[in-house]
Design a binder for this molecule. Structure first.
Ligand code: CA
Ligand code: CA
Length: 585
């Protein structure tokens, strides 16, 4: 007995010291990320391994430790600075695995952070060439995790895979020629061992496409162009011309620089085994140069992940003449009607209409405006096609310097722009960060020139109400009813997070992270992060406690393109930091 004690004493002390040293020095051990981890991401609350908290992109968490009762005591645990002299817009959604957060920032930088302490584990800065051409600020919207890799896109249109433990590059691939206007800012999507990406550059006459690569080594599996007439590829072999043949819905050679950029990336629905990805404006903006529907611009595409073929498409703005990019996320959800489950998907389009589709075949179920005073269309017909108001299309300049100007609502920055909405499984409502604004828009002559803006249009964005531009709206997808609405002075530019704690989190350009009562819209919590929030918050559980994280840093497209609205927000300060919150113990 006594002898045992003698041995046990020093042994315990040694273990304790060893544990202390380990705690101080060792980084958390991160396990490889599997397809199953990605598919189950929404229900596995100990991590967030995908953009959108699960491949369907619902941005809903079943966590409820932080709820309408407790959220008032939510407090910052740590804040992390991106550093550097360059700041600009921070639109990133972080991901978290085994106690490590991976977060991208402006200028194609990425950081690994210990979530218990806020300490940096590694940082990787992409070396960007001079002459990159991001249209809408030097943002990045997040990374993907797969196997032992962290994968993100860069402003010079590269896809970079880093070692999850060290941040050292493992493979790098080119998505497009940055000198022709290609760039990449969206979070990549993981589907069946592949990393799926789009491209940015619709304002430079690029040709939109979707690519799927083996996520472990970056080798191309398939490529699907999103402009009619261009050839797709599967395993190095030709795999059919998109749309069957050139020229069907485009005049002359206009399809060769047709735009339809897939700049926001996509979502994946395991149920129907389809990738959903949106496409931007047809190029150029001046629609009189390209009569026709201009497929597959301003559409939602359902793509078979095994072949890269387009299964169905739904075009929200045929023959777009207002830069109403149709890139907005298509979120899968089920609802019950007349005792039957409807496999639906919803999207809030830049053109101001909210669409509910049957996600098995792309058929239109219903649609309605989610912003006020829309001018360009009088409504939607029974198939969901817009009923155009021809007097509200900007005029044909022909050879003149400037065609007839119109005042269009929404503005080209959209009833909703990139900022993702959320769907609460608890309330059955969508939470849509929207903006109420319009624009003077006119057309001008233009011609394609590699690496030059290809718009053929001029514009000035203006507010349409005196007291607000931003409006977070809780929308019932079964009826189109706006259940509640929060009005924000500055335009909203950040995503939404819904939780089972009956909360909806969202940031605003004024710097606040806010939590709303998901049922009533009452503000239950707000905290100022010191710079504008234009990113998407996340939540997860660590050591039995619920954490909430949001990235702060004002910027994005509004200060660059916002016309009179840009003047209204010119005093908002830039920044670049990650804020992590939890309840006091
Ligand atoms: Ca998870
Ligand atoms: Ca565009």
């Amino acid at each position: 007995m006594r002898a045992k004690l003698k041995i046990q004493g020093p042994a315990l002390a040694t273990v304790a010291i060893a544990a202390l040293i380990t705690g101080m020095m060792a980084a958390p051990v991160v396990a490889n990320v599997t397809d199953k981890d990605v598919l189950n991401d929404q229900s596995t609350t100990g991590d967030v391994v995908s953009n959108g908290l699960g491949p369907r992109g619902q941005r809903y968490s079943p966590l409820k430790q932080v709820n309408t009762e407790t959220v008032k005591s939510l407090s910052p645990k740590w804040a992390f600075s991106f550093g550097g002299e360059k700041q600009r817009g921070q639109e990133s959604q972080p991901v978290v695995k085994d106690g490590v957060m991976y977060v991208t920032s402006s200028y194609s930088r990425i950081y690994a952070i210990d979530v218990r302490t806020g300490e940096e584990l590694w940082q990787y800065d992409a070396r960007l060439p001079d002459g990159i051409m991001p249209c809408c600020d030097v943002v990045n919207r997040g990374a993907a995790l797969y196997d032992d890799l962290v994968i993100f896109g860069t402003l010079d249109a590269k896809l970079v895979a880093l070692d999850i433990k060290t941040g050292k590059p493992r493979w790098k691939k080119t998505l497009g020629d940055y000198q022709a206007g290609y760039s990449y800012t969206a979070a990549p999507l993981i589907v069946k061992g592949m990393v799926v990406t789009g491209v940015s550059g619709g304002e430079f006459g690029i040709v939109g496409k979707v690519e799927a690569r083996n996520a472990k080594n970056g080798e191309l599996v398939w490529m699907r162009p999103t402009v009619e007439g261009h050839m797709g590829f599967l395993n190095g072999k030709e795999n059919g011309i998109t749309g069957g043949k050139a020229n069907k819905t485009w005049p002359g050679d206009m399809w060769k620089n047709g735009g339809a950029a897939t700049w926001l990336g996509g979502t994946y629905d395991p149920d129907t085994d389809r990738i959903f990805i949106g496409t931007g404006n047809p190029a150029p903006w001046n629609s009189h140069l390209r009569p026709g529907d201009n497929l597959y611009s301003t559409s939602r595409l359902a793509i078979d992940p095994d072949t890269g073929k387009i299964d169905w498409h739904f075009q929200t703005t045929p023959h777009d003449g207002w830069d109403y990019d149709g890139v907005n996320e298509l979120i899968s959800f089920d609802y019950t009607e007349n005792g039957k489950t409807v496999k639906a998907a919803a999207t809030a389009d830049r053109n101001g209409f909210f669409y509910v589709l049957n996600r098995t075949n792309g058929k239109f179920i219903r649609g309605f405006p989610f912003v006020k005073n829309i001018t360009w269309a009088k409504g939607l017909d029974k198939n969901g096609a817009p009923i155009f108001d021809p007097s509200n299309r900007p005029g044909d300049p022909k050879k003149m310097k400037k065609g007839e100007s119109v005042f269009a609502v929404p503005s080209f920055l959209g009833g909703k722009n990139w900022m993702p909405m959320g769907y609460s499984q608890q309330t059955g409502l969508f939470y849509v960060p929207s903006n109420e604004w319009g624009m003077e828009i006119w057309n001008e002559p233009t011609a394609y020139k590699k690496g030059a803006a290809y718009l053929g249009a001029g514009f000035t964005i203006k507010p349409i109400f005196d007291d607000h531009i931003g409006a977070l709206k809780a929308i019932d997808p079964k009826t189109g009813k706006v259940v509640w609405e929060y009005e924000n002075p500055a335009p909203l530019w950040g995503g939404v997070l819904a939780t089972a704690g009956n909360l909806v989190f969202m940031g605003n350009p004024e710097g606040y992270l806010m939590a709303f009562n998901a049922k009533t819209g009452e503000i239950e919590y707000k905290f100022n992060t010191g710079s504008g929030v234009v990113s998407s918050p996340i939540t997860w559980e660590q050591d039995g406690e619920q954490f909430v994280t949001v990235v702060s840093g004002w910027g994005g497209a509004v200060p660059l393109w916002g016309g009179e609205v840009a003047k209204l927000v010119k005093n908002l300060n830039q920044g670049g930091s990650v804020w992590t919150f939890k309840l006091p113990k």
